[in-house]
Design a protein around this ligand. Structure first.
Ligand code: PLP
Length: 312
């Protein structure tokens, strides 16, 4: 549609607490339902992505869509929408909610089994849905001000990348959930998991970085290649600060001057204790504060963000 003719999408008051696109229609999020038969639910046979909207702008939308499309391809899930349709759907969804700061999730599941071949995933019709809800913070304000206290999971290992490729954003969360429950029971804010060989991986919904001797390091494998992790690596390059993507162990955390976790659901957040031991002097450090400020500044920078299109 030519720009001059385009109509503005007005917010729908019924979607003020969130909206969804499901079965080809936009509905209030509380009305969005999927079938109990969907393999996404019964097999975790699906992939998803989550992009943030801040001050009415999508942050690094292209990178999220690239990752989502790559994930669909790895799982042999055919997206029923073109890139342009996907993008327009997300813009329209956010416009309908009227939210300025939103958590926007898109999922493609294998769909329901075909009764004629109930065990053949190739016979399913993939099911796409998306929703936008008020922005989600992984840690609340008080936790962020104090810095997070993390535990390292000792009795649950992160699932092997040979079983589930963590580069494909997935709902295989039982290792993360069980480790999180143990850590919360122990009074920590959250948890980090190691693989079975003792390499540091990630936590439930975030990547981790440790700073020492002028260099920020982050684990190289068995992790989701977080868009926020990528943003931090790009910011470090811009700031002329060293970075290293490499194998890490718990010793990298215990010897760190500063530690952060990174996620779309909260950005860059300082960690001030690991397994009850203080990181540095036990307060949020200056490097983390710099990164956090720059990260949020980029949300209004046109090179890093696009405004929600209210005519999509
Ligand atoms: N690791 C896992 C397991 C995640 O689920 C997420 C996000 O939900 C992340 C890392 C961080 O990724 P991003 O920065 O793209 O939000």
């Amino acid at each position: 549609m030519a720009l001059a003719e385009a109509e503005t999408t007005l917010p729908d008051p019924k979607m003020a607490q969130g909206g969804a696109f499901i079965d080809g229609a936009f509905v209030p999020v509380q009305d969005a339902k999927i079938s109990v038969l969907d393999f996404g639910l019964t097999r975790s046979d699906c992939t998803y992505d989550v992009v943030g909207v801040w001050k009415g702008r999508f942050f690094r939308l292209d990178r999220h869509l690239d990752r989502f499309e790559a994930s669909c391809e790895r799982l042999r899930l055919a997206l029923p929408l073109s890139r342009e349709e996907l993008e327009a759907t997300l813009h329209r969804l956010v416009a309908l909610t009227g939210l300025e700061d939103a958590y926007v999730s898109m999922t493609l599941t294998r769909g329901r089994p075909n009764p004629a071949a109930p065990r053949d995933p190739r016979q399913c019709v993939p099911n796409f849905y998306a929703y936008a809800i008020p922005y989600v913070w992984l840690a609340n304000e008080a936790q962020q001000a104090k810095g997070l206290a993390l535990k390292i999971a000792r009795d649950v290992a992160r699932i092997s990348r040979r079983s589930v490729d963590q580069r494909t954003k997935n709902y295989h969360w039982l290792d993360l959930e069980m480790a999180l429950l143990h850590a919360l029971d122990d009074g920590a804010d959250s948890v980090l998991l190691m693989d079975i060989d003792g390499n540091l991986t990630e936590g439930p919904g975030y990547n981790v970085f440790a700073y020492r001797d002028g260099v920020w390091s982050t684990p190289d494998t068995n992790v989701l290649e977080g868009i926020t992790r990528g943003a931090v690596l790009d910011l470090l390059a811009e700031m002329n600060v060293g970075s290293s993507v490499r194998p890490m162990t718990e010793d990298d955390l215990f010897g760190a001057e500063e530690v952060i976790v990174t996620t779309t659901a909260g950005g860059v957040m300082p960690v001030t204790a690991v397994d009850g031991r203080p990181v540095g002097d036990g307060t949020p450090g200056p490097q983390a504060a710099r990164l956090k400020a720059l990260y949020w500044d980029k949300h209004t920078d046109p090179a890093w963000s696009v405004p929600v299109d209210r005519t999509a």
